[in-house]
Structure formats: C-alpha cells, structure tokens
Design a protein around this ligand. Sequence first.
Ligand SMILES: [Cu+2]
Length: 270
Amino acid sequence: MAFFTPQSGGSPNADEIASLYRIILYIALVIFVAVEGALGYALWKFRKRKGAVAAQIRGNTRLEIAWTVGAAVILVVLAVLTFVKLSAIQDPSNSGPEGAQLASDGVLYASAQRHLPPNGKALDITAVGRQYIWQYVYPGAAEADGLGAPYSYEELVVPTETTVSLDVVSADVVHSWWVPELGGKVQAVPGYHSYTWFKIPKPGIYRGQCANLCGRGHARMIITVKAVPPAQFEAWLAYQKQLIAEANAAAQAARAKLGRQIGAGQVENP
Ligand SMILES: [Cu+2]
C-alpha cells in the first residue's frame, strides 16, 4: 500500500494526512469492489441468450432512496473524519522534551494562517523561494532591525523533536515548498506569507523540491531538510553565524580596498 499512500514518518501532520488518506482509500476500495462486483455480476447474469427478453423496469423508489441516502451517509462520514483529523494536521503540537530550548519570545503572534503549538513556542524559520534556490533564514538576527540573521541555501537544518513554524515567502514568482514526508505542500506567493509546520522525531535527511513550475531552472530547486540533535543544531547555527560574519568582513575589506583604488585612480575634470 505504501506505493499508493502519501509519504509520512517525518512529522505528526504528515502522519495524520497519511492516516486520513488510508481511511478514505479503504472506504473507497470497499465501494469500488461492491460497484464493480455488481456490474460484473449483472453483465454475466443477464448476458445475451437465445430467447431471452429484457425486463422493462420503470423505477424502484426504495432502491433509489437507499442509494441516495447511502451515498449521503458516506459523504457525511468522510466529512466528519476529515474535520476530526484537520486540527491535528493544521495545529502544531508542542516540542518534545528532547527538543531545542526555545525562548518564549520566539514567535509572538498567531494568525488565521499561522498556527502555533499550545504553549506558543516554535522555532520560527523563513523559507524564501527565488529562481532557482531556496534560502532559509533562522532566528538570531545580529541587529535589532532583523538584519544579520543566519541563513543557509538549499539545505534547511533543524533540531529534532522541535516544532518548526515555517514562514514561506517568495522573492519573485510563485514557488511551492514541499517535502512529502514532512506534511502538506505550501505555495510561496510574492507579497504573501504562507505557513506550515513540522516536528521531526529523529535525525535524518528529508528530501523534496519546488512543486510549482517556476521557470527554466525549476527542476534544480531542490529541498533538503537535515534534522540533527538540538545541541548539534546550536553548534551549526553558531558556526553559520561565524562564517557569515567572516564573509561580510572580507567583503567589506575588499570594498574598502576597491574604493581606495578607484579614488586614487580618478582624475578630476580640469
Ligand atoms: Cu520554484
């Protein structure tokens, strides 16, 4: 059945989506077998035979009411099941005890679109889609205006057992962030914020890719989510900050040097 059902195992919401899918698949299978079986039986039972005369039947009120009510009941059952499961898919659960220690001032607001866990603490990461790469911006900006936050390209590194709230945005055209094992697909629409969440139970690599044709390089827009133990995540984030600071300092030095050279070589108009 794994071939026919959604991938799961990377996050509780993905597991809920997969189990809801399975329930609907099994109900549909029973109906499929019953309908196709009845059809096959009728084809065989009432096949063409010499001298057979087709019965002329004009309606059957009881049968018609039965299949109308039956279909309606099945739809109601599916709708109720979906709504029962929906909150576990949309609403994140709290981070586990082994998860990263998050400051209470992590994500400060919830909205109709952004769902937070009951205790309000989630690791807030922004995924920026642009032609043709995903950038991830992590909390921990060096400056008050939010600048200088650590970031990574292509590979999103997250701590295990930690509820991650992903804010998906786009810098150019519509992209779509989708790692099937971590739950639903989210569109990155220019000018809008779309949200999803996941909580990865154990270290591992989860793969996905941009799921919205976004241009010539669409196929190259791959997504790798690497889940590591919280301590390793902290160390990685600190190292990433250090690398970015060093690169910024080097760029600044190069710019200053270039500025001096241009300045020395310039001749003012007489
Ligand atoms: Cu894309």
